[in-house]
Design a protein around this ligand. Structure first.
Ligand code: SF4
Ligand code: SF4
Length: 463
């Protein structure tokens, strides 16, 4: 045992000494936390599958089209011009994750991560239903090929692939939007070769993850999991074994007096239910996804022994070791302050965000012109990006000083989420110019509403 305790950090629980994968057959969890997690998971699955169907003013509630660089958040369109906002939101998200993890550990992994929800609450449950609990699954895997085995394995993988196809489509709906997805499904395949390829690739990827790769996504790939060692400290709430109460452990004997020994009876119920194959009694480990299955398993054992529940529980290292209460540390305060500042900046930027992004520059290489009627005019280049999803007719008003604007060519109309470029003259009477370089203000107006005000320089003669 001592040797095992020393060595457990040297290798992952799901590989043997030669590095060959050891398949995990976790026992089906049973208990209050598992029931609660099941309810939460159904609620989250409804949200996950429902969001692509929800529209606000005809726009998707959430769409992250990285291919075409179009993003919708709460029905608001964001374009590459809003890149600074995305960077700030990205930093805020990372900061929130760091703060949340410092306080609550990997609570997200166990209760809300789509990987855990799909694997533990959907795919694993189907597996239990078709192949039975851990023991039956192990026996079926070891059994020679038979009609029964082919039927069970075949039907399971058929359902797994169907579900993976559904999840692949769900992901596509978040990327390209539901309307485009429906087109890919209903139009002739030749019209959407790229979309169909993506659909097949995503389906294959999810089938690979949920049918075979499984817990390795959390233990080997997920960057969040691998960052735990720097995100957690002794005050973070994790799933912890109360070694002070549990040790010295040992098998239980009839009429056992627990006042003379630890409460852990070495039944391994907590190990058998673990979907990542670890023994939480060895302490906090990178592989623990906080699924709470070991808490339920151990609580059931404690119940049978008429001992208090909570030998394995949500607690911090300091709560277990020193009997501390939960403490708000300087680190938590620091993260909270930084997060609040960032959130305030983002909110201000969002409040002041305009529907258009306009650039007005004096046309390079041109000087001012004096017209026959005594006006001075300058030529300007205009570029307008429309961030809305509807067409915008644009008028230019010279706010100051007094004068007129003449657009070269047709009226300005910017297509939805498009860009228009044109040139225009600003005409100002000499009497309103007091220096060779006058600051002018131009209003960008659409349907009577001023969307933006742009300042620029106007060149004129010396007085
Ligand atoms: S389930 Fe509880 S009693 Fe059994 S081995 Fe795990 S910690 Fe010990
Ligand atoms: S140690 Fe417990 S909480 Fe962590 S993954 Fe295993 S069963 Fe889940």
């Amino acid at each position: 045992m001592a040797e095992e305790k020393d060595n457990f950090r040297d290798h992952i629980a799901t590989a043997d000494k030669s590095g060959k994968r050891l398949w995990v057959y976790p026992t089906k969890p049973k208990g209050k936390l598992y029931t609660s997690r099941t309810i939460v998971s159904w609620f989250l699955l409804v949200i996950l599958f429902g969001v692509p169907f929800i529209k606000i003013d005809g726009n998707p509630l959430l769409m992250l089209n990285i291919i075409e660089r179009k993003f919708f958040i709460f029905g608001n369109a964001f374009w590459p011009q809003d890149f600074h906002l995305f960077v700030l939101i990205g930093i805020a998200l990372v900061l929130f994750i760091v703060l949340f993890t410092a306080v609550f550990g990997r609570l997200f992994c166990g209760w809300a991560c789509p990987q855990t929800i799909f694997l533990e609450m959907v795919f694993r449950k189907i597996e239990y239903f078709i192949e039975g609990n851990a023991g039956s699954q192990r026996r079926l895997a070891a059994a020679p090929l038979s009609a029964g085995k082919i039927f069970k394995k075949g039907s399971k993988h058929l359902i797994f692939f169907g579900l993976s196809f559904l999840i692949g489509n769900l992901l596509l709906a978040y990327v390209i939007g539901l309307d485009q997805l429906v087109k890919i499904i209903t139009d002739p395949p030749s019209q959407h070769v790229g979309g169909l390829t993506a659909m097949i690739l995503f389906s294959g990827l999810f089938y690979f993850i949920f049918a075979w790769f499984r817990e390795q996504a959390c233990t080997l790939v997920c960057p969040y999991g691998r960052l735990q060692s720097v995100l957690l400290d002794d005050n973070s709430i994790v799933i912890a074994y109360d070694y002070k109460r549990g040790e010295p452990r040992g098998a239980v004997e009839r009429g056992q007096d627990f006042s003379q020994r630890g409460h852990c009876i070495s039944c391994d119920a907590c190990v058998k239910v673990c979907p990542t194959g670890i023994d939480i009694r060895n302490g906090t480990q990178l592989e623990c996804v906080n699924c709470t299955a070991c808490i339920d398993a151990c609580n059931n054992v404690m119940n049978k022994l008429s001992l208090p529940k909570g030998l394995i529980k949500y607690a911090s290292g300091n709560i277990i070791e020193k009997g501390d209460k939960f403490r708000i540390t300087g680190r938590i305060i620091g993260y909270t302050v930084a997060f609040t500042i960032l959130l305030t900046v983002i909110s201000l930027l969002l409040i002041n965000r305009t529907d258009v992004e306009t650039t007005i520059l004096r046309t390079a290489g041109t000087l001012y012109e004096e017209t026959d009627d005594g006006m001075i005019r300058n030529l300007y280049n205009l570029s307008i990006v429309n961030k809305t999803t509807h067409e915008l007719p644009i008028e230019l008003h010279l706010k100051a000083p007094e004068g007129t604007i003449t657009v070269v060519g047709t009226d300005i109309t910017v297509p939805p989420s498009g860009k228009t470029e044109t040139v225009f003259f600003v005409n100002i009477e000499k009497v309103h110019l007091f220096s060779p370089n006058t600051m002018i203000a131009i209003e960008i107006v659409s349907n009577g509403e001023t969307l933006e005000e742009i300042k620029s320089n106007f060149m004129g003669p010396r007085k």
